[in-house]
Design a protein around this ligand. Structure first.
Ligand code: NI
Length: 173
């Protein structure tokens, strides 16, 4: 197990569609372990493989510290949203690849997600609340989509300007 470097906005790997996992072998299970360790180290609640530079369809989420009934750790291989509820929900989101930025994002409140667990067992769950939001955010990463893409163009421009300024100040200090 190892803590891996988290890729930051601007790294092209974050914009690549990730490749399906065809064989669930020890290498994939080791990747899951590294992703969990990296996520805990960064104090995040979710991580997708492209965020550590691995363009494969693997995500992890752990909500135990952020939600009273928070589930975790959850690791999903080849996860997909198979159904989205009509009702939308708005809540603040952040991303380990855009450190320091937090913006309100609108997403379907309820989704049904399918995939495989690290042992190859089928996973299918209808979810809402923070779990739904976190898993949707991580699945977006597998398609090269970041939460800033879900903001209005104006809000996105403002948020990016502010973020770039704070990054520049951080480097300068
Ligand atoms: Ni993220």
């Amino acid at each position: 197990m190892a803590v891996r470097e988290i890729k930051i906005l601007g790294d092209p790997v974050l914009r690549e569609p990730a490749v399906e996992v065809e064989e669930l072998d020890d290498e994939v299970r080791a990747l899951v372990e590294d992703m969990l360790e990296t996520m805990y180290h960064a104090e995040g609640i979710g991580l997708a493989a492209p965020q550590i530079g691995i363009s494969r369809r693997v995500i992890v989420v752990d909500l135990r510290d952020s939600d009273e009934e928070g589930v975790g750790p959850v690791a999903l291989i080849n996860p997909t949203v198979v159904e989205s509820g009509k009702k939308a929900d708005k809540a603040p989101e952040g991303c380990l690849s855009i450190p320091g930025m937090e913006e309100v994002v609108e997403r379907p409140e309820t989704v049904t997600v399918e995939g495989l667990d690290p042992d190859g067992n089928p996973f299918s769950m209808q979810m809402s609340g923070l779990l739904s939001r976190a898993i949707q955010h991580e699945i977006d990463h597998l398609d090269g989509v970041l939460f800033i893409d879900r903001l209005s163009p104006l809000k996105r421009r403002m948020a990016l300007k502010k973020w770039q300024k704070s990054r520049a100040e951080e480097v300068a200090s």
